[in-house]
Write a new protein. Structure first.
Length: 439
């Protein structure tokens, strides 16, 4: 059994958190490859080390004195080192960082030092090998992650090492320049390492006990999700549910390695398993509910639209030339609506409407705004009768007007459009009918 364990910033924010992490790692010999984030927040108004580094670097490139800011960052690390009774000194590293900041080597280098230094501390504390991610994680000349080169070099390197710490979030380009993933990217590193060592499991340790059926800011104490498939997760994540970085599922998915989201502050909780496929039914017909506000819809009507070959293409080409991506296109015999992000659409609104007039000459063309989309996701829906019916009656009882319905062809989700004002109420109504009442 071989596991890759990734720890998020709040799990490594202080010496106290490091101690929890150590006992988690020592509890199982199979936890062999450790991917740390940079120290996160210790309390609500605290600042993440990554943000401190970006800020410090900005000061440096403006030619201002950044010594104090860098000293504050050093203090964060020294506090951890002292709290763990380590003899490690990061003086040389900080000298080099100072030097490189003065030379203006790049924002990515600056951000990456958070995980680099935390990785060094973690390796010293555990007695594991330290492997600099710049030597094993690669980006190509277009600054895109180079999955194949990385996998080849990383797996060869790790084959020779039994226990190692590989800092998250960054890698290097062929010319040696440091490049980071987008924010929260240590999740991706963990997944890349899991793929490279063909791990049995990728454990992602954070500060919540896994995914919840819906947003706890909308429903009080929602139930946790025990098992979710990669595809269900994609649907929910796209609609705004966030615990794991969007891109983190791809490397492990190609090898069928499950991800287990766990809570460093409650290690006995089983968390959420993310798997390719499962015969385990969700506890409730649905797996999760997520949604987003801020959509607009462009409604087009034209007699005999259905007989006009290429109508849809012409309409969509207008969105394409204006650089707007669409979300959904519900259609009727003589009607077609295009859902878009309102913020993206607003500034180009008149151009798009004029464009549609030009290409299809509609009978009616109007815009509705301030809409929200809610995705009800669940692998169990395909084999259950009446899921849609229950959603609609729950919304009707809550006095909510449904503005759009779209069931994906995978039958994995039902998307419902409501007005922004009804968003929270609609989510609560759907949650209640499936989870609270378990209908
Ligand atoms: N430290 C980085 C960030 O704050 C990456 C990570 O934590 O995954 O975004």
């Amino acid at each position: 059994m071989k596991k890759v364990v990734k720890f998020g910033g709040s799990s490594l924010a202080s010496a106290r958190q490091f101690k929890k992490v150590e006992s988690i790692i020592r509890a199982e010999k199979s936890r062999r490859y450790v991917v740390p984030s940079a120290p996160g927040k210790r309390f609500d108004n605290d600042i993440k080390v990554t943000d401190m580094l970006y800020d410090c670097y900005e000061t440096a490139v403006m030619g201002q004195d950044f010594d104090k800011k860098l000293e504050k960052i050093k203090e964060r690390y020294n506090e951890i080192i002292e709290g763990l009774d380590l003899t490690l000194s990061l003086d040389e590293d900080f000298k080099q960082i100072h030097d490189f900041f003065e030379k203006g080597v790049g924002k990515d280098y600056a951000g990456s030092r958070g995980e680099y230094l935390n990785g060094k501390i973690m390796a010293a504390y555990l007695g594991f090998d330290f492997i600099d991610a710049a030597e094993v994680i690669f980006f190509n000349d277009k600054e895109e992650f180079d999955a194949e080169k990385t996998n080849k070099i990383l797996s060869a390197r790790l084959e020779k090492v039994e226990y190692a710490v590989i800092p998250g979030f960054y890698g290097a380009m062929a010319n040696g320049r440091i490049k980071t993933f987008s924010r929260g990217g240590s999740d991706i590193t963990g997944s890349i390492v899991a793929r490279a060592v063909k791990a049995d499991l990728y454990e992602n340790w954070t500060d919540v006990s896994g995914f919840l059926v819906t947003d706890p800011r909308i429903v009080k104490d929602p139930e946790p999700i025990e098992t979710i498939t990669y595809r269900e997760l994609r649907e929910l994540a796209y609609m705004g549910a966030s615990v794991l970085h969007d891109e983190a599922i791809f490397p492990v998915r190609s090898e069928g390695i499950p991800i287990n989201i766990r809570n460093t502050n409650d290690p006995s909780a089983p968390g959420t398993m993310i798997v390719e496929s499962t015969c385990k039914k969700s506890k409730y017909t649905i797996t999760g509910i997520a949604g987003k506000k801020g959509f607009a819809t462009i409604n087009i009507e034209k007699d005999r639209m259905n007989t006009e070959v290429g109508f849809g293409r012409k309409v969509l080409s207008v969105f394409e030339t204006n650089g707007i991506s669409f979300e959904h296109i519900p259609s009727g015999i003589d009607t077609m609506s295009v859902f878009v992000h309102q913020s993206e659409f607003e500034e180009k609104e008149q151009k798009v409407l004029a464009g549609i007039h030009r290409v299809v000459d509609p009978d009616v063309l109007n815009v509705e705004s301030d809409l929200a989309l809610i995705a009800v996701v669940g692998r169990g829906m395909r084999s259950t009768r009446g899921t849609a019916g229950r959603i609609f009656s729950a919304l009707a009882h809550a006095d909510i007007n449904i503005r759009m319905i779209d069931q994906g062809s995978s039958e994995l989700n039902i998307i419902i459009g409501v007005s922004n004002d009804d968003f929270e109420k609609a989510i609560r109504a759907i949650y209640d009918i499936f989870v609270t009442l378990r209908l």
